[in-house]
Structures are given as C-alpha cells and as structure tokens.
Design a protein around this ligand. Structure first.
Ligand code: CUA
Length: 318
C-alpha cells in the first residue's frame, strides 16, 4: 500500500528508531490519509449538493425524501469496517509493545524529582542517561522515588508511567544509532519540564566497553573519581589543579584551606561550602583578578556524589 512505502507520517513525526515506531507511523499515515479522504468526500459533497440543489425560487419545493435504506447502510457499514481495521491494527501494535521478550537486557530506571536514574545489573548507575546497544531487546523496569512520573521516548513511540510503590515496564529494540530524548510526561512539580534524559543507542562493542569503564569508575577512590569528572565536565579547561598556573579561572593547586581575595574586597576561606557554592553558583564570589559571568553554573548537572568527588579531588591537590 502506498502509505506504507512512503510512510507519509514519517515526514513530520520524530525519527522512528524502532520497528514499532515505524509501524505506528504507518497506522498514523493511514488514519491521516483516510480522514483526509473522508473529509473531502463529506465536505466536498455537502458544498456540491448545497450548490446543486439550492432553492431556485421562493415558491419552489424540494423533493420529499424521507430515507434511503441502502445509502444509510453503506455510510454506516463502510466507516464500521474502517474503524474495525484501525482497532485491529492498533491492537496488533499495542500487543507487541506489551509482550515482553524473553532474555531482554534489563535496566532499572527510577524517576525522582527531577531526574531519571538508571541502574544496570553490574551495579553501574547513571543519571539522565540510558545507554543501550543497537538491535537488542531492552526492558526498562520503572519505579519512582516520590510522585508519578512518565517515561517517554518519542523516537520509540513508547510511554509508561513510573508509579511510586510498584514496578511498571516498557521494552524496545532500537534499530538506529544515536541520541534520543527521554521526557517526563506526567506533571511532577516545578522542574517537571527540566526532567529530560538521553537515551543513547550505541554499537554492542561500544556498549560493552562503556559498561566496563563505568564499572571501574564506580569503584574508584572518591578523589580519583573527582579527577575524572574534572576532565569530563571540562573543568580542567579553565582550572589547573596539578600546579599553580593560571588559565581562564584561578588555579586550584594548594587552594583548600587557604584564603582567597575577592573582587568585592573581602576575603574568604576555601572550604567545602565555598567550593560547592563556586561550582553551583560561580558568580556569588569572584576571585580578585578574574571576571564575573565567565564560568557556567553546574546546578542540576552534578549529583551530590559527583559534587563531593570533585571537591575531594580539589582537596587532594596539595
Ligand atoms: Cu517527572 Cu514530570
């Protein structure tokens, strides 16, 4: 059928990155095209007949027609058939979505105000990132820490509530590499709209390598973890830690426990809370000789664990 070949809806729907998403596109194309044809027949027919049979004069009388059994049967039966096709088709796709494949790769994903936390079988945990291999059945087991959230991946056409006190699940098999959005589609508080995650589909080799590296990372001593994060989050581009050289921002070498002169004329002791504030709200205190508004805030981009690790790394630079 022509709409299957051209998947009309795929022109304006989000990328379809699973086979089921393509099937949803096909059904959606069918709905749109059949609705369009019905609309043309109905509205076009109405306009045509209103014009053709308009009253010719004030005294003219129109034909007295009460009903037409055959026509009435047709305009009830044809839509019924179309609706049954749509129902059967939709049920077929839905059934596939709810039929969980055996031996799927399972990932626990927990919604909380306001982030998605993923936990892999090996113990690896990620925030707002679910990394999966391509062409693999993946089952996401959902839970919530607080209120109802909803796990939505538009490119996979899957959506499922994460409900506190019970597990729910979705599955998919991605057939395209790339980064796809995870949205929360259940209003869950002030930062609901910011509860955006990334679903990353990578090759099997890349996935295995990543999982291995992450597993190593999670058992690193806290300061070493901080050192890695310092690279990953690009802190190292602006701050030196190993020596006192000045880059874009002040060096952090031997800074912990020292005093820092500020542009305001005050001075401050460098302790954990000063470092925390400087990472989350960099413009609160500006070190003398440096400009305000240069460093971006890392508010919402670091978990408490990551923040502590970075601070421990800075503390270790002595
Ligand atoms: Cu979580 Cu909206």
């Amino acid at each position: 059928m022509f709409w299957m070949q051209y998947a009309f809806a795929s022109k304006f729907m989000p990328t379809a990155a699973t086979d089921q998403a393509s099937q949803v596109n096909n059904l959606y194309s069918f709905l749109l095209i059949s609705s369009f044809i019905a609309c043309v027949i109905l509205i076009g027919g109405m306009i045509y007949f209103a014009y053709k049979y308009k009253r010719q004069s004030l005294t003219a009388k129109s034909a007295y027609i009460t009903h037409n059994t055959f026509l009435e049967f047709l305009w009830s039966f044809i839509p019924l058939v179309i609706f049954l096709v749509v129902f059967g088709w939709g049920w077929h796709i839905y059934h596939q979505m709810r039929q969980f494949p055996k031996d799927a790769l399972e990932v626990h994903v927990t919604g909380k105000q306001w982030a998605w936390e993923a936990t892999y079988k090996s113990g690896v945990r990620t925030a707002n990132l679910v990394k999966v291999p391509i062409d693999t059945d993946v089952k996401i087991i959902l839970a919530s820490n607080d209120v109802i959230h909803s796990f939505y991946v538009p490119s996979f056409r899957i959506k499922q509530d994460a409900v506190p006190g019970r597990y729910t699940a979705v599955w998919f098999n991605a057939n395209k590499l790339g980064d796809f959005h995870i949205f929360c589609t259940e209003y869950c508080g002030t930062q609901h709209s910011g509860m955006i995650g990334k679903l990353q589909v990578v090759s099997r080799e890349e996935y295995d390598k990543w999982l291995e590296e992450e597993a190593k990372f999670s058992t690193l001593p806290i300061a070493q973890k901080g050192e890695k994060l310092f690279q990953i989050k690009a802190c190292s581009g602006c701050h030196s830690v190993a020596d006192a050289s000045v880059k874009v921002g002040p060096s952090l070498f031997k800074k912990f426990g020292a005093k820092e002169e500020l542009t305001s004329g005050d001075s401050t002791g460098v302790d954990e809370n000063y470092l925390r504030e400087s990472i989350l709200n960099p413009n609160a205190k500006i070190v003398k000789g440096f400009a305000s508004g240069v460093m971006p805030s890392f508010q919402g981009q670091l978990s408490e664990d990551e923040l502590s690790a970075i601070i421990e790394y800075i503390k270790s630079a002595k």
